[in-house]
Design a binder for this molecule. Structure first.
Ligand SMILES: *Cc1c(COP(=O)(O)O)cnc(C)c1O
Length: 394
């Protein structure tokens, strides 16, 4: 059976009523037959049938034993860090999601958890960063916004040899393109806000565990800390997942076309897209992903904030907004938006140039998307010499 067929039929028909849609159990508590005797549910923070259905669907989709759904991607990341103890260390990808960096440094450092950031595209950097205190390796692949790819299988071997957990943030690829547990990872986290939800209409997160034992530990943390996903939002994520393979296939096709167009544009300098043979990690992407995703970043030859602003403020189909993975195309200027809190020199060193623009390619016709970027890029050309400044307006 194909993956798409399997996915669609992993969404159960309600055994009670035959409802083809998953019921939304909008309740806080469940009536017990006698103290401690119930139908498998007692209080909705601990377990809710709608949330549980979503968790089972995503566990299966990722090839894991269990999953737990959270109120945001960051709450999911937070739950994984809570597996650690004071004194433990994490080796993490240096190009990490800004919110994860903030959580690690501003919250967990004061509880005695240290993080070593390394360029994980080279496995030897990971090996060199491991100390006797290391307990967890944290990967994101592809990364945001320069789409670096790390070799999950090779790093999973290193984790195993050193008795460490490997967690992969699989938000950008989604399980439609990459299944880290099948490549040796122990834990996967998702911002389901992005491709799993797919419609830019909710905030949600998921942790998937390779083993039932790890799944139990995460479930304990989910209940103990309490950042659970609501029944309504659980239902919306299920609704999104129903069309995940279809949407992601089109996101990839569109992105490849737009990336190839950008690569030939005279005003564009570098294009970051794992589907281009010129991408430094293209070979690993081909090995571990079945498609290259819907996110593209590019820089301008006129590497200034002014030039980038002219592009991001003059598109009409591409909306200026943070986030990605929805049906409508979005664009953003990382230096002033997602990466604003990163010090300038550190940001530039990480490849987030002043003119870097990130695109989240939606499901529109690719020719329309190209026409939209093309007319916005022409403004850069027209104003490069006069250095005419256009202020951002959202
Ligand atoms: C958005 C995002 C997160 C955080 O998820 P929220 O749902 O916004 O809390 C984590 N990791 C990556 C890669 C993301 O893109």
């Amino acid at each position: 059976m194909s993956k798409a067929t399997e996915l669609i039929h992993s969404i159960p028909v309600d055994p009670l009523t035959g409802s083809i849609g998953v019921p939304i159990y909008q309740t806080s508590t469940f009536v017990q037959q006698a103290p401690g005797v119930n139908k498998g549910y007692d209080y909705a923070r601990s377990n809710n049938p709608t949330r549980e259905t979503l968790e089972k669907i995503v566990a299966k989709l990722e090839g894991g034993a269990a999953a737990s759904a959270f109120a945001s991607g960051l709450a999911a990341i937070d739950a994984v860090v809570k597996l650690l103890e004071s004194g433990d260390e994490i080796v993490a990808v240096d190009d990490i999601y800004g919110g994860a960096f903030r959580l690690f440094t501003k919250i967990y450092e004061k509880f005695g958890i240290r993080v070593n950031y390394v360029d994980t595209t080279d496995v030897t950097n990971v090996i060199d960063a491991i100390t006797p205190k290391t307990k967890l390796i944290w990967l994101e692949t592809p990364t945001n916004p320069t789409l670096k790819i790390s070799d999950i299988e090779a790093i999973a071997k290193v984790a195993k040899q050193n008795n460490l957990l490997l967690c992969v943030d699989n938000t950008f690829a989604s399980p439609a393109l990459q299944q880290p547990i099948l490549l040796g990872a122990d834990i996967i986290v998702h911002s389901a806000t992005k491709y799993l939800g797919g419609h830019s209409d909710l905030i949600a997160g998921i942790v998937v565990s390779r083993t039932a034992e790890l799944g139990e530990q995460i479930k304990f943390i989910q209940n103990a800390s309490g950042a659970v996903l609501s029944p309504n939002d659980s239902w919306l994520v299920i609704r999104g997942i129903e069309t995940l393979p279809l949407r992601v296939e089109k996101h990839c096709k569109n992105a490849q076309i737009v990336a190839e167009y950008l690569q030939t544009h005279p005003l564009v300098d570098q294009v970051f897209y794992p589907g281009l043979p010129s991408h430094p990690n293209h070979d690993i992407a081909v090995k571990q992903q079945s498609g290259f995703g819907g996110v593209i970043s590019f820089t301008l030859k006129n590497d200034t904030e002014d030039a980038a602003f002219k592009v991001v403020c003059n598109t009409s189909l591409f909306k200026l907004a943070e986030s990605l993975g929805g049906i409508k195309s979005l664009l953003c200027h990382p230096a002033n938006m997602t990466h604003k809190s990163v010090p300038v020199e550190k940001r530039r060193a990480a490849g987030v140039a002043d003119s870097l623009i990130r695109l989240s390619i939606g499901l529109e016709d690719p020719e329309d998307l190209i026409a939209d970027i093309d007319q916005a890029l022409q403004r850069v050309h027209a104003h490069t010499e006069s250095n005419n400044y256009i202020t951002a307006s959202i």
